[in-house]
Design a binder for this molecule. Sequence first.
Ligand code: WT7
Length: 659
Amino acid sequence: MTAENSAANPALSNLLHEERHFDPPASLAANANVTADAYQQASDDRLAFWEEQARRLSWSQPWDTVLEWDAPFAKWFNGGKLNVAYNCVDRHVEAGHGDQVAIHWEGEPGDTRTITYSDLLAEVSKAANALTELGVETGDRVMIYMPMIPEAAIAMLACARLGAPHSVVFGGFSADSLRNRIDDASAKVMITSDGGYRRGAPSALKPAVDEALEGTGVEKVLVVRRTGQDVPWTEGRDVWWHDVVDSQPAEHTPEFFDAEHPLFILYTSGTTAKPKGILHTTGGYLTQASYTHHAVFDLKPDTDVYWCTADIGWVTGHSYIVYGPLSNRSTQVMYEGTPDTPHKGRFWELIEKYKVSILYTAPTAIRSFMKWGDDLPAKFDLSTLRVLGSVGEPINPEAWMWYREHIGGGNCPVVDTWWQTETGAIMISPLPGVTSTKPGSAQVALPGIAADIVDDQGKPVPDGGGGYLVLTEPWPAMLRGIWGDPERYQDTYWSRFADEGYYFAGDGAKKDNDGDLWLLGRVDDVMNVSGHRISTTEVESALVSHPKVAEAAVVGATDPTTGQGIVAFVILRGADEGGDGEALVKELRNHVAKEIGPIAKPRQILLVPELPKTRSGKIMRRLLRDVAENRSMGDVTTLADPTVMNLISSGITSGKSED
Ligand code: WT7
């Protein structure tokens, strides 16, 4: 962390002048799952508060201690035993809710499936039996690389049922990214599909799996048939889901696991090219995922229809499609495709069709909807909606207001939820029945969560001040480490404010005069593109792996739709290697897509003769960001060669290309 990297997007600091606020609708406040006294109760006795939330779940054996804290290593509810799948499925069926719809699934082409809790129990049991037959034992890692089809959730629950930690990899990642994760997790089994539907056409997954598996220790590949497209097949290794799962008995007796038994590993970007395997465990994670879903979305299991539009490959899909909602017996919508297929009103059509009452989506999507026009949502009946959520990046007040007015009809609370893959569950958010919401603010830490904003020295800033967002007390769903790398865990999250013992989230934030929090974006070398974290180093490594590239520097530049866009500055090998700049830029963008995945494709690649460096050789990203955002240049006095910036501005040979 150096000063030149310190965040603070100036466009966002102006938010502090926001004066508007919106009280909760009276009827929602009167019937809210969680009321204002929760804050007091939690601050009186934080651990007793979390024990009470843990009791919302079913345990086969109670815990001995609420929290054992050997900083920065936590054990929550140690000694307790539970099964996550039992909590998400079986207990609802046992309580007589087997006929309730768990998932209204909608394929992109318009095919549908309705899955009740009884159906889900049968499917998860069969899948657990099949995985056992394929050799999966407690503790084995299982990779999941799938489109948004019910089997993705079923596979996760089957793994949880067996105590086999899953590692879901977003279907948009490349074969290379998938292989790195398989190797890091030493996975034994892979669950995938032939493909899925995206933007109106089948999109293959299995070929990437085959490429990724070469030389790994994966023994079996379980393949769901979704699109029916031709797939390469390795006899003895590959098996069809419909062959080995469908024929299994629909009963499976769950085993109960220690509260600290690993539940999943989810890879996320850090400041180096090597992705971090974020490890989550069982009891604390489920307690907080379940409680926050109940509190922040005010979910009523008998009447609400909930829809989280995230992909299962991100933590939002883990905590707010699978574990939170199902533990709370939600009826939810799951959608396979993109919001613009077959038409740009698809989301609104689905809300009308399924009478969705709670919607959880991302600012990048909201900004696209704004661009597509107010008339699209206006064509559909969205009157069933009552709570709207946002996640993934700061939501600008304009987008927040549009969401409230055009989607929420002016009477739904908008809850802007701040959290991370590492936190496992929501940490900072309004409560829809309590908070007077402000457009663009995530407001205050939830009951039982302790967050603050501190300066460079770790001292809390006063109201009106800005600094670094920290978490000052351990929380139940916190990551338990980075898979296989305890040192990196300490260094990355706990060394910046080691004396204070604070977890540093990597985000800059401000407190307004009421003490409400406003997130300002990352302060490290991590970009946030459409709510997805991508490290600058990862993209740089991908670029320099191309034979024509000598050096590369990557920055995130403010982007009106995606939050940040990836801008790369590239120095080519050899003076006349440039040739056709346009063609080469295209080649480099595709190269990055192949190495990491299409989400990491730079929006813009600038071929430059030099990069601005400090005397110690560190690239000054701040100056590159100025160029990328067309701002006038900041202070260049610490540059080893101050004329470099002129060289860059005048020597740029290629620009933007569109997708
Ligand atoms: C980073 C975490 C949490 C699930 C999706 C992303 C940014 C997330 C907000 C928000 C401002 C936000 C932060 C955070 N972020 N939510 N409501 N307001 N920023 O998970 O990939 O682990 O990314 O996303 O920068 O550190 P992730």
